[in-house]
Write a protein that binds this ligand. Structure first.
Ligand SMILES: [Zn+2]
Length: 200
């Protein structure tokens, strides 16, 4: 019989610029990020790096300040491997929103496990610069508009919990806490069981 070979896990520590998600209490998340400077920074490289991080974290949008980068831009994407819809918005400015709104459950990578019903305009018109430093004005609707507006909140130093009523946020946080505690209890129980089995 062939012997099993252990796969050596590649150490990614050499990736100095690995972007790490900050906790929601980080000060940088409450500030308007510094304007993206196309002369100083490589927009294409930032787009790639941010999309990689976003996909790794399993999100559909990520703002630079969420990973501690003080630059005004965000990325969105559907997470697909092929024919992916991926975009970066540098120095964005929302020009107009539809009056018609829609409520949907929303999450945020900075708040793992927290889901809130948020009402947002169905349509948004946004001016921004692409990674090619090209100025565009585009209109989006549906889920894409929602993701853009969610990320745009991060560009203003806000987050989605400020778009819901305090009571709703508190309730959702409580439920999350309960779930977390239950999870911890289960983990504890499992480790007790493992240790008990060890001694036998
Ligand atoms: Zn977010």
């Amino acid at each position: 019989m062939e012997e099993l070979e252990l796969t050596k896990i590649e150490d990614n520590e050499t990736l100095v610029d690995e972007l790490k998600l900050l906790t929601p209490d980080a000060e940088i998340l409450r500030k308007i990020p510094t304007e993206f400077d196309f002369e100083k920074d490589d927009a294409k490289e930032w787009k790639t790096k941010m999309l990689e991080t976003m996909k790794k974290l399993g999100g559909v949008g990520l703002s630079a300040n969420q990973v501690g980068v003080d630059k005004r831009f965000f990325v969105i994407g559907d997470g697909k491997e092929e024919d992916a819809f991926e975009k970066a918005f540098f120095n964005p400015l929302v020009i107009s929103c539809s009056e018609e709104k829609e409520s949907m459950k929303e999450g945020c990578l900075s708040y793992p496990g927290l889901w809130l019903m948020i009402s947002r305009p169905k349509q948004v018109t946004i001016r921004y610069w692409t990674e090619e430093n090209e100025e565009l004005i585009e209109t989006y609707e549906g889920v894409t508009a929602r993701v853009i507006l969610h990320e745009y909140d991060h560009m203003l130093g806000y987050n989605f919990t400020q778009r819901a009523s305090k009571l709703k946020v508190e309730r959702a946080m409580k439920a999350l806490n309960k779930k977390f505690k239950k999870h911890q209890r289960l983990l504890k129980q499992q480790s007790v069981n493992i240790n008990n089995n060890k001694e036998e």
